[in-house]
Design a binder for this molecule. Sequence first.
Ligand SMILES: [Zn+2]
Ligand SMILES: [Zn+2]
Length: 153
Amino acid sequence: MILCLRCKKVWANGSRTCGSCRSTLGKRFCDEGHESPLSADCCIVCGTAKLTPGVPCLNLRPFTYLVILAIGYVLLPILFRLTVHYAAVIWEMCLHAVLIPILETAIFSWIAARVLGPRAAQLVSDFWHGVFRLSLQGIEVLGRGLKSLWRSL
Ligand SMILES: [Zn+2]
Ligand SMILES: [Zn+2]
């Protein structure tokens, strides 16, 4: 980006003329298209005094990179902390909502099978096979969803 120092307006990279004050940015040109410095009163190639009005300008490209770098420097640690935070929260949720109930149910069903005899044990084992099959299907569906998401990216 190029900043016209007279108008304080920013123009796209490679712009030759300021769109606001119609002066050529950082250089002066004659009718032949020869390039002269801002300080020149006549063309340094053909000598004509008919030059475009020039205006001092500032190339903002290094500043743009600097700003992007600064934003990245500030944002990345925040993003990283958020990611770690949410990973911990999700892990905790999984632990409380899924793993601990499963563990509790498993212990309970083990005790129930011991107390209630072989028929109850058979029911319990059927139940766990069902749960296992369902979670396998869930993982498969999740995997398929993630794969199609990956392909659409
Ligand atoms: Zn201008
Ligand atoms: Zn010239």
